[in-house]
Ligand binder design. Sequence first.
Ligand code: AQP
Length: 342
Amino acid sequence: KKRVVSGVQPTGSIHLGNYLGAIKNWVSLQDTYETLFFIVDLHAITLPYDAPQLSKTTRSTAAIYLACGIDTSKASVFVQSHVRAHVELMWLLSSATPLGWLNKMIQFKEKSRKAGDENVGVALLTYPVLMASDILLYQSDLVPVGDDQKQHLELTRELAERINYLYGRKKWKKMGGRGGSLFKVPEPLIPPAGARVMSLTDGLSKMSKSAPSDQSRINLLDPKDVIVNKIKRCKTDSFPGLEFDNPERPECNNLLSIYQLVTGKTKEEVAQECREMNWGTFKTNLADALIDHLHPIQMRYEEITSDPDYLDRILSDGATRAAEIADITLNNVYQAMGFLPR
Ligand code: AQP
């Protein structure tokens, strides 16, 4: 089976964008692929964060994975910082990462501009090297990536090729080793179309954990009345009827897409159903559909979090399984880079 890895940062509440754009797709991947899904807590500290909250959000994110249908009999679920090889490999990789590659990263430029100079740590710049480590440690074949992560995956691929070239085949041969590349070069797994969820208050920006207004997103754990209220107040337009793909109506396209994804209907069905609908009726239908879809997830979340030992066991088992794979790669890299074995 091909191997797929992915993760979400525990930087705040998991929202509908994280769910429809990532976690929901993972659920369908776990039958076809060998999957490892982690909570990328080490990435969560690349911008100023709330330390006392980190462990809580990490647990809650893990519980959300399970509540959404990630099945630990099929997938490994673990916390990134519990597998120490991630940071160790990152250091080894960083020695071969040209600074110029990192300086070109658009996300670094954007995030550092937004955060302001005094809030930008070196880790924000080296974040893609940690991401490369997350992927390469597991010899992953495929990585689900949205638009915003494409550049980082490209860097991962280039880095894998560079290290394979510098320390791979030739060095192995010279050392009498078993030969072969150190890293598999991963391919992107493009998520299904329409899975980019936009803000409820601005159809042109993505729904985001870090947006200051909670009105801009539906959190997976939002209670019923909050969902109704957010949908009631979300931005719309004054065109007649409702339609997909009109560039002048980004909010309309976004809300119809959300409706489509949570009801499981086809785009044509939704277009047909809503063609002549007014916003009032649609908003009621959308809120109902969201509540129906999220309710079972929220019930399972309650169940999972009612027994903290259960989650601890899952995460501990997941980390053990992941470390078994990760340590093999890490040891090979240490050896190929010339370190004295323990
Ligand atoms: N709005 C979105 N629509 C579709 N997919 C999304 N993802 C995030 N936002 C949307 C996907 O969720 C996964 C987790 O990504 P992350 O934890 O690295 O966070 P992020 O991409 O930086 O986005 P967030 O969660 O909203 O955080 P901030 O506040 O940083 O913008 C990824 O697979 C991502 O594509």
